[in-house]
Ligand binder design. Structure first.
Ligand code: IPD
Ligand code: CA
Ligand code: CA
Ligand code: CA
Length: 267
């Protein structure tokens, strides 16, 4: 096994198991807000510390970028671990059992290793670039929809950027003419893994952060999917606006979006 995958799995399992344990004792979970509608808990931070500890023990020089601690610059900035210690915090705070730990390892700007772990279902999604993606060791080949018509599309509402809500609803309304239905699961990392697994056919969201999608991106791509921003380019690291799925469904979604996008969503 790729040595960094081994460490990423160890870190994700350790953190995920801690989250699952805390889920059983909600009285010990302290919820605060980082901004309007943007929740964080002590468990997000504890999970993050566990992950950082595991990485640091094996790779003390690597850079670690996390949602809650920001960038922990190491001597070796060529290797970056991009960590979401708890993706789906809002679900966690409501005791809705759908959330995950996401860890991606980038080497010179390219993601080489990815792990997304759902501790409530004991589902471990993983990938090494060029070697496909797996769920609990079984190969995934999900992202294969031939068109938007009749498909299930996952998304997330732009709850932190409500200035986009009108455009978002217009896109949803137009897309609803052809797709079968939508899902809003509350975990971007799992949404991408679910595209990889064929549990949904495509996924799009406005304004994600790198830790939300970087792990799921590799897993989805290695299962045959592609990812672009809202105009078919690769500017999503900066914008956080992503469309993911098979090449054909992404093309159909971009066509639906084309006439609805505000200028800021085209960048
Ligand atoms: C959030 C989840 C959610 C998505 C939000 C993310 P967090 O991450 O992925 O599904 O809609 O945009 O911020 O804050 O729970 O790690
Ligand atoms: Ca968060
Ligand atoms: Ca997240
Ligand atoms: Ca998070």
């Amino acid at each position: 096994m790729h040595p960094m995958l081994n460490i990423a799995i160890r870190a994700a399992r350790k953190a995920g198991n801690h989250i699952a344990k805390c889920y059983e004792t909600p009285d010990n979970v302290q919820i605060t807000q980082k901004g309007t509608n943007d929740f964080v808990t002590n468990v997000d931070r504890e999970s993050e510390h566990l992950i950082i500890d595991v990485i640091r023990k094996s790779y003390p020089d690597h850079t670690i970028i996390t949602e809650e601690s920001g960038e922990l610059l190491g001597k070796d900035d060529d290797v970056q671990w991009v960590v979401d210690p708890l993706d789906g915090t809002t679900n966690f705070t409501k005791r809705l059992p759908h959330f995950a730990v996401s860890i991606a390892v980038r080497v010179k700007g390219r993601t080489e290793v990815a792990v997304v772990y759902d501790p409530m279902r004991n589902e471990l999604f993983s990938s090494v670039r060029g070697q496909g993606s797996q769920l609990n060791g079984y190969r995934l080949r999900g992202a294969d929809a031939r068109e938007l018509n009749g498909t299930i599309v996952a998304t997330g509402f732009p709850f932190k950027q409500k200035q986009h809500s009108v455009v978002f609803m217009k896109i949803m309304s137009k897309m609803f003419d052809s797709c079968a239905d939508f899902r809003r699961t509350g975990s971007a990392a799992l949404d991408l893994c679910y595209v990889a697994a064929g549990r949904v056919d495509a996924y799009f969201e406005i304004g994600l952060k790198p830790w939300d999608f970087m792990g799921g991106e590799l897993i989805m791509r290695e299962a045959g999917g592609i990812m672009t921003d809202f105009v078919g380019n690769h500017n999503y690291l900066a914008s956080g606006n992503i469309v993911a799925g098979s090449p054909r469904i992404v093309k159909d979604i971009l066509t639906v979006m084309r006439d609805e996008l505000s200028e800021s969503l085209k960048r």
